[in-house]
Design a protein around this ligand. Structure first.
Ligand SMILES: [Zn+2]
Length: 105
């Protein structure tokens, strides 16, 4: 997917169409942003449950018939920075793309 570095978009702060700088921001997953919030393996490890014996669902082979294969594409997450007021806003929904390339016009 080819994306221009600068795009004319509506700025909600200026309330008109202005030039915007397009930047790609990395989407953080729940597990990277809050490593302890979802429980699971990390929390169990912290409690010292990984000494011996059956480890419940972690004793099963990886995959286990569920969640096989991962997605080939990722959703884009662009930040648009207004060149007039220097404020940034995000795109409302990403488009699936394998690779994002910025091109200058
Ligand atoms: Zn603006």
């Amino acid at each position: 997917m080819k994306v221009p570095k600068e795009k004319k978009r509506h700025c909600p702060f200026c309330k008109k169409h202005t030039n915007h700088k397009v930047e790609l921001s990395k989407k953080r997953t729940v597990s990277t942003a809050h490593p302890l919030s979802r429980g699971g393996k990390i929390r169990a490890k912290l409690r010292g449950r990984f000494g011996s014996g059956n480890k419940g669902r972690y004793s099963k082979p990886p995959g286990g018939g569920k969640m096989t294969g991962k997605k080939q594409t990722k959703k884009t997450d662009f930040r648009y920075t207004c060149t007039v007021c220097k404020k940034a806003h995000i795109q409302n929904s990403g488009i699936r793309a394998k690779k994002v390339e910025f091109i200058a016009y």
